[in-house]
Design a protein around this ligand. Structure first.
Ligand code: GLP
Length: 251
């Protein structure tokens, strides 16, 4: 399989392209009377995508009653409803503005994961499979090449599970938590197994801080030091990146 080169676009243009694809997918699935199952990501990169999708749905409204979402990950150790949780992020960025009821927006169960990590992982895997898998998965990328919270060391056969977060990952979240020492040490993440099982993967990366990870993803080698490198085997992967993020990608 030939890996398609990254698509060079500004963050705004890439967000519009991805929002438009999601809008098209919603139309198509609605016409067929089928649910649309989206895999969603958090992080600053995604805000432009969610803003573009909201704006598009304001201009061209669609029936969202069959939309089901699964988020990639959640921190462990936060109270349910904590404003720094990924659920709170998604509520503010997308679910609130689109009025999507919480019954159709899924997250790995971080509370259960504290007590029974394996059960929580298996429950999420089963839930996704019960919805027929993910139609389109949005992805960002960590500076260290992580995907969701599949940190370096992760392998493609690994499913949803509790993980320890790397120092660099925790540093990137320090501002939101008011200091590194307050950032959770652990999280529950969808595994590369389920991510690679999504029918379409759309990864977005902007800014020079993402350049080394993208470089490593595209140039290889494909190994667990850069979990994103395993995505290149996916048959429907599109990577959107701006010039800064591509700065170190061979062209
Ligand atoms: C977190 C999330 C990832 C996301 C990454 C990049 O680690 N778990 O899913 O890709 O942050 O975030 P940002 O878009 O803020 O750079």
């Amino acid at each position: 399989m030939v890996l398609a080169p990254p698509i060079l676009l500004s963050s705004v243009a890439a967000a519009q392209a991805v929002a438009s694809e999601i809008h098209g997918l919603l139309c198509e699935r609605n016409r067929q009377g089928l649910p649309t199952v989206l895999g969603l990501a958090t992080g600053r990169t995604m805000i432009a995508v969610y803003d573009a999708l909201i704006a598009l749905l304001v201009r061209e409204p669609r029936d969202l009653s069959r939309l089901v979402t699964f988020n990639l990950d959640e921190y462990l150790g936060l109270e349910a409803g904590d404003s720094r949780s990924f659920r709170a992020f998604m509520q503010a960025a997308l679910f609130g503005p689109l009025a999507i009821p919480s019954e159709r927006t899924h997250f790995p169960d971080a509370q259960l994961a504290q007590r029974h990590p394996e059960l929580a992982g298996e429950a999420y895997t089963t839930l996704i499979a019960g919805h027929g898998g993910i139609d389109l998965q949005l992805l960002g990328i960590g500076r260290n090449g992580h995907i969701a919270f599949n940190e370096p060391g992760s392998l493609p056969h690994q499913a949803t599970r509790v993980v320890d977060l790397e120092a660099r990952t925790r540093e990137d979240a320090a501002a939101e938590f008011g200091g590194l020492d307050r950032v959770p040490q652990r999280a529950i993440t969808l595994g590369l197994l389920e991510i690679l099982g999504a029918r379409r993967l759309r990864l977005l990366a902007f800014g020079s801080s993402k350049a080394p990870a993208l470089q490593r993803m595209f140039a290889g080698p494909k190994d667990s030091r850069c979990p994103a490198s395993f995505l290149v085997d996916h048959p429907d992967l599109r990577v959107y990146a701006d010039g800064e993020a591509l700065g170190r990608v061979a062209r």
